[in-house]
Design a protein around this ligand. Structure first.
Ligand SMILES: Nc1nc2c(c(=O)[nH]1)N[C@H]1C(S)=C(S)[C@@H](COP(=O)(O)O)O[C@H]1N2
Ligand SMILES: [Mo]
Length: 369
């Protein structure tokens, strides 16, 4: 209905998606499209892919569960749905590259896409707890990690390989980690990992492996490129072209972050009372407890009103009315979490060679007249 018929945006996404790459398909909604929606509509949910989006036939799909288990399992979608209790969880996914654009303006990041604040979205996921499936397989001695493997091959991995990753066993055994076939009440679409994906609430999006077809219980983290080499936080002086498997810090839980969704960066507004809205998110067991907003470049701050999050695994939307003086105004937002941690002030403090985890204060400039 809306959008030009000539739109090149695919996979059922809205016409105004910011497409970072069409093959593989990488796209985020404009920040304003995330505002006001606790659940992100399907056509607005960001898409992050390292290879071509496959179509996996739900009638022939099987999940194998192996490695350090008492007995190997091979489950069809029908078996997964009938043999295990269904779970529904509202959870936010957030890419480790969310808000990378601000790191790029500090220093170049060759080959990395300039994601804005839209590499995060929230859905109601339906599936079964991975914990229950691991329970039937039986976790063996020495198990510390659970690996997820899929069939989509990434040409940018070194060497090119199918996508995969792992999480620690304790997280894998928590109720909230799902093998999900439903998203906002619909069958999981191809672009988001249908027929079944992993959803790891509170962890970077990279661990929520789409099109999952194998779960392996292991003593060590996955050797997959996207666990051992990519999605690791390297020190600023490291050369990502030469980094060896296991170098740097493996990213798991999402760092405390926030973004301003409205008004848009660069917007022209009428001076006076203006509503500022945004999201804040804290990974794993942490909760967003406070968001401060400044309408004068950080000279003074006031606390925003926090909406009740939809679940312990969902983002917190916030809002505040500020009085905007005429001229170019820098608006800042910064969040605090339940451990008392505050976001770092500037992207210079967090710059790293792959451009992950930019959780510096949100900053936009608007022109009030
Ligand atoms: N099989 C597979 N799973 C994947 C990926 C991928 O490229 N292949 N990308 C990961 C990354 S980096 C993110 S941020 C999320 C994005 O999920 P979405 O495309 O549903 O938003 O999926 C993760 N799971
Ligand atoms: Mo990601």
């Amino acid at each position: 209905m809306s959008g030009p018929a000539t739109s090149t945006v695919r996979w059922g996404k809205r016409a105004d998606m910011v497409v970072h790459s069409s093959e593989p398909f990488n796209a985020e909604p404009p920040a304003s499209a995330l505002a006001g929606n606790v659940l992100t509509p399907m056509d607005t949910f960001y898409a992050r892919n390292h290879g071509a989006i496959p179509h996996v036939d739900p009638s022939t799909w099987r999940l194998t569960v192996g490695g350090l288990v008492g007995r190997e399992l091979s489950l069809s979608l029908a078996e997964l749905r009938t043999d295990y209790a269904h779970q529904e969880i509202v959870a936010t996914l957030q890419c480790a590259g969310n808000r990378r654009a601000a790191l790029l303006s500090v220093r170049d990041l060759p080959g990395e896409e300039p994601w804005g604040p839209g590499a995060t979205s929230t859905a109601r996921w339906t599936g079964v707890s991975l914990a229950d499936v691991l329970g039937t397989a039986g976790v063996g001695a020495g198990a510390e990690h659970v690996e997820f493997a899929a069939g989509d091959v990434s040409p940018t991995a070194d060497p090119p390989q199918a996508y995969g990753g792992s999480i620690d066993l304790a997280k894998a055994r928590s109720r909230e980690v799902l093998l999900a076939w439903g998203m906002n009440g619909q069958a999981l679409p191809d672009a988001h990992g249908g027929p079944v994906r992993v959803v790891v609430p509170g962890y970077i999006g990279a661990r929520s492996v789409k099109w999952v077809d194998r779960v392996s219980v292991r003593a060590q983290p996955s050797d997959n490129y996207f666990q051992a080499v990519a999605y690791r936080l390297l020190p600023p002086e490291a050369d990502p072209e030469r980094s060896l498997p296991g170098e740097g810090l493996s990213l798991g839980p999402v760092a405390l972050n926030t973004a301003i969704l409205r008004p848009a960066d660069g917007a022209r507004l009428t001076a006076g009372s203006t509503e500022i809205t945004g999201y804040a998110f804290a990974g794993d067991a942490r909760r967003v407890v406070r968001v401060d907003v400044s309408a004068d470049g950080g000279a003074t701050w006031r606390q925003a009103f926090l909406d009740e999050p939809a679940s312990a695994w969902a983002w917190t939307h916030w809002r505040i009315r500020v009085d905007l003086a005429a001229g170019a105004r820098e608006i800042l937002a910064r969040a605090w979490d339940s451990t008392g941690a505050l976001q770092p002030a500037s992207p210079e403090h967090v710059w790293n060679p792959k451009g992950y985890v930019n959780n510096s204060w949100a900053r936009i400039t608007v022109h009030a007249e």
